[in-house]
Design a protein around this ligand. Structure first.
Ligand code: B30
Ligand code: ZN
Length: 269
């Protein structure tokens, strides 16, 4: 990976060092955070409108490409998937990719925590504000992105809607490897059923360059996966194929950042 950062504590490029190379990572509105439920304020945000997320409204000719980019497993989304409503203003936000954060053990791996509790992983659907011409230009505006964040929780059986995706990642274990999904995933088949319960706050990209442009939505109901499915993520490497040594890509989460003077909202806390 070109970027000079990682998640390791002893590499000299870990989260504690990010702000030395990327000023914004030392800002006052950083993500992730620990959500203290006793401090959450009520606000009528309204429901999300999802377009393209279901079996019935999935975009025609949508494609998804899953890749290892050296710091995560990312699924690039090409198709008319978008979200609006939920206090996001008058424009729609278009999904461009989703990716995972995970831990080496089940007691860690999520980026956000709830009252100090971490989950084994977290999935982020990254959407840009379509009042900007493209994803890249949205990155330079404070209302540029909204990210839909879902915790991953372990159940005994596989999540069937994610079987294809977790199978494919065994063939893209190394940095810069990618593979098309023959069938685009249907979000509604693996997202939790209750999409009306979420925390909302203003924060940042959780990786360098840590731009403070993200309207965060952290959903309370987790996505259920099996430990075998989570293990497919734990078999990814941060290095390229044929490197002298393999560096396991794991604990791909940034530690929680100070909340400072921000408020976390919820429709019905
Ligand atoms: S997150 O959802 O806050 N974890 C980006 C998007 C969402 C999050 C973090 C980062 C992002 O788009 N970063 C800039 C683009 N990246 C390319 C990439 O997809 O992966 C460039 C980069 O490094 O610096 Cu890696
Ligand atoms: Zn993320």
């Amino acid at each position: 990976q070109a970027a000079g950062w990682d998640y390791l504590n002893d590499s000299g490029k870990g989260p504690d060092t990010w702000e030395a190379s990327y000023d914004t990572c030392g800002g006052s509105k950083q993500s992730p955070i620990n959500i203290e439920t006793a401090m959450v304020e009520e606000k009528d945000l309204g429901d999300f409108t999802f377009v393209g997320f279901g079996e019935d409204d999935k975009p025609v000719n949508a494609t998804m490409t899953v890749s290892n980019n050296g710091h995560s497993v990312v699924v690039g989304v090409d198709g008319d998937y978008h979200v609006s409503g939920a206090g996001l203003g008058t424009t729609a936000y278009k999904a461009v990719q989703f990716h995972f954060h995970w831990g080496s053990v089940n007691s860690q791996g999520s980026e956000h925590t709830i009252d100090g509790k971490a989950y084994p992983g977290e999935l982020h659907i990254v959407c840009y504000n379509t009042s900007y011409p493209n994803f890249f230009s949205a990155l330079f505006n404070e209302d540029g992105l909204t990210v839909l964040g879902f915790f991953l929780e372990i159940q005994t059986v596989d999540n069937p809607a994610l079987t294809q995706l977790f199978d494919v990642i065994s063939s893209i274990q190394f940095d810069e490897e990618e593979e098309d999904l023959s069938m685009p995933v249907v979000f509604n088949n693996f997202l939790p059923s209750d999409l009306s319960s979420y925390y909302r706050y203003s924060g940042s990209l959780t990786t360098p360059p840590c731009y403070e442009i993200v309207t965060w939505n952290v959903f309370t109901e987790p996505i259920m996966v099996s430990e075998a499915q989570l293990n497919a993520l734990r078999r990814q490497y941060a290095n390229k194929h044929n490197a002298a040594d393999n560096i396991t890509l794991t604990d791909t989460y940034r530690p929680v950042q100070p909340v400072n003077n921000r408020t976390v909202y919820m429709t019905d806390p």
